[in-house]
Design a protein around this ligand. Structure first.
Ligand code: FAD
Ligand code: 2HG
Ligand code: ZN
Length: 502
């Protein structure tokens, strides 16, 4: 629909906060750590294949030196490692299409990769799959300042897009700690949630249209830029959250809200999880439409930021903390509302201490306390990571349950996350990976979640690490339909094998 539009140009990130690996070591190869997973019946890459890719893309867009390929084989949290000998970096949808048509014909397995910040092992090969990286697909194609719709290639970095939009008085509707590295295509492929989903909703709502390439190379044009479009099946939703198993997303159209004039951020200390629930309830009631984020952190998680990341907390120590952010168009109005709310929760003893600011530098420092926990945890050693949705009253119950189960083996059992969305991040860090500890945690953690009617993957996806456990949150009939759709769209199973589907 929008093909051939004049491109605005590539956006390269300026001054972005690239995520860094905390420790410099090579994780065990996935094939050795998970010997039950067997390589599928795919072609082994040979010289002819490589020559074909070089002919297609040019030599500089084909990597096959092992040291060049290494970073594309290891995931961000160093849980998994493949041994791909080939990374392809197409620049256009047409190049993606030609790569997939060839791979499909020759039964070459392909692992799509964006910023490689995924947390479930979906973005790196399990064995020797060819990596198709969207790194060079970073053009903004169009932007409409009135409707707020941006159309861009899948490889645009989230933070770079947000910086670009800020010049137009707009913002990206999603924000996450990995913004300096993750690609918008990866965000859409994982249906990433993040820190402001509470206010702006998820990508099923904000993605107006997309273009994707199917396994056989066919380009599927669903690139509508309309807010309302009820013509037939809503095919874009098939690709949103499909984690590279149904097609490669090449272009997206996103609805972007106006950038708020006024932002305020409070950082609060609380005694108990019950107090967090009370504060959240009151925040919704009293702040209403200006509430833009509501996050919680337990003491062990904050220790990661203040300890490993050497950040400074603006308040003294408490068992729990909350970040409450408001965004609106009138600072006087917002400040009045927020101050009134804070006075109430502090006067009645629900909140024990707190600080509030609208200074950008101070807000940034508070957000870092929350956003850098993932990175800091890697300093503990190996991290067993769980991203769980639970009914709000049970939100924190998983943390003490797991502490009892594996507390003796762990460096840390901690919980933090998006209380506003009922999504907790449970992290169990240990000095190094041990299969016996894994067996103590799984499937118990998923049974616990399922018994409470929660979801075993709230926002990170299923990837490689959770495909065995999808049935805890999906019915047999739903899994069967997923398999039928996969078979129809990718009959040779070349797209991101060993991921998502059990
Ligand atoms: P990748 O990691 O490269 O890939 C993720 C999956 O998508 C893989 O299965 C891959 O095959 C597939 N894929 C990538 N690009 C495409 C494409 N163009 N077409 C088809 N498939 C594709 N996630 C949240 O939801 N909320 C958070 O708050 C959050 N915070 C994070 C904070 C940190 C510090 C880190 C490291 C990660 C965080 N994540 C979060 C997880 C991760 O950043 C998101 O899942 C993100 O959306 C992944 O984007 P990416 O470009 O890095 O994708
Ligand atoms: C976040 O909300 C991310 O910070 C990462 O989803 C969560 O590291 C985690 O467990
Ligand atoms: Zn999260």
């Amino acid at each position: 629909m929008l093909r051939n539009l004049r491109r605005i140009g590539s956006i390269v990130p300026t001054n972005v906060n690239y995520c860094t690996h905390a420790r410099n070591f090579l994780p065990q190869l996935t094939k050795d750590r998970y010997p039950d997973v067997k390589r599928g019946d795919y072609a082994v890459l040979n010289e002819n294949h490589l020559f074909h890719f070089v002919d297609l893309l040019g030599v500089e867009k084909v990597l096959n030196d092992p040291s060049d390929c290494e970073k594309y084989n290891i995931d961000w949290i160093k849980n998994v490692r493949g041994f791909s000998q080939c990374v392809l970096k197409p620049e256009s949808t047409e190049e993606v299409s030609q790569i997939l048509a060839y791979c499909n014909e020759h039964r070459i397995a392909v692992c799509p990769q964006g910023g490689n910040t995924g947390l479930v092992g979906g973005s790196v090969p399990v064995f020797d799959e060819v990596v198709l990286s969207t790194e060079l697909m970073n053009d903004v194609i169009s932007i409409d300042d009135t409707s707020g719709v941006i159309v861009c290639q899948a490889g645009c970095i989230l933070e770079a897009l947000d910086q670009f939009l800020s010049e137009k008085g707009l913002m990206m509707p999603l924000d996450l700690g990995a913004k300096g590295s993750c690609h918008i295509g990866g965000n859409v492929a994982t249906n990433a949630g993040g820190l402001r989903l509470l206010r702006y909703g998820n990508l099923h709502g904000n993605v107006l249209g997309l273009e994707a390439v199917k396994a056989d190379g066919e380009i599927v044009d669903c690139l509508s830029t309309l807010k309302k479009d009820n013509t037939g099946y809503h095919l874009k939703h098939l690709f949103i959250g499909s984690e590279g198993t149904l097609g490669i997303i090449t272009t997206v159209a996103i609805q972007c809200p106006p950038r708020p004039n006024a932002i305020n951020l409070a950082f609060l200390g609380l005694e108990s999880f019950e107090d967090i629930l009370t504060t959240f309830r009151k925040a919704k009631q009293e702040l209403g439409e200006i509430l833009s984020s509501c996050e919680m952190i337990d003491a062990k998680s904050l220790d990661v930021s203040t300890g490993h990341c050497q950040l400074k907390s603006p308040i003294k120590e408490f068992p729990f903390y909350m970040l409450i952010e408001t965004s609106g168009s009138n600072n006087k109005h917002d400040e009045e509302k927020l101050n009134h709310f804070l006075e109430n929760v502090m006067n009645d003893g629900t909140v024990l201490d707190g600080t509030v600011t609208n200074e950008p530098g101070k807000m940034r420092a508070i957000w870092e306390l929350r956003e850098r926990i993932t990175e800091g945890l890697l300093h503990d050693g190996y991290v067993f990571k769980y991203d769980i949705s639970l009914p709000i009253k049970d939100f924190y119950s998983l943390v003490p349950a797991m502490l009892e189960k594996v507390g003796k083996d762990a460096v840390r059992v901690s919980g933090y996350g998006h209380i506003g969305d009922g999504n907790i991040h449970l992290n169990i860090s240990v000095p190094e990976f041990r299969p016996d500890i894994l067996r103590k945690i799984e499937p118990y953690v998923y049974e616990f979640t399922s018994n409470l009617k929660g979801s075993v993957s709230a926002e990170h996806g299923i990837g490689f690490r959770k495909q065995k456990y999808i049935h805890y949150s999906k019915s047999e009939s739903a899994i069967k339909l997923m398999k039928d759709i996969k078979k129809m769209m990718d009959p040779n199973g070349i797209l991101n094998p060993y991921k998502v589907l059990p």
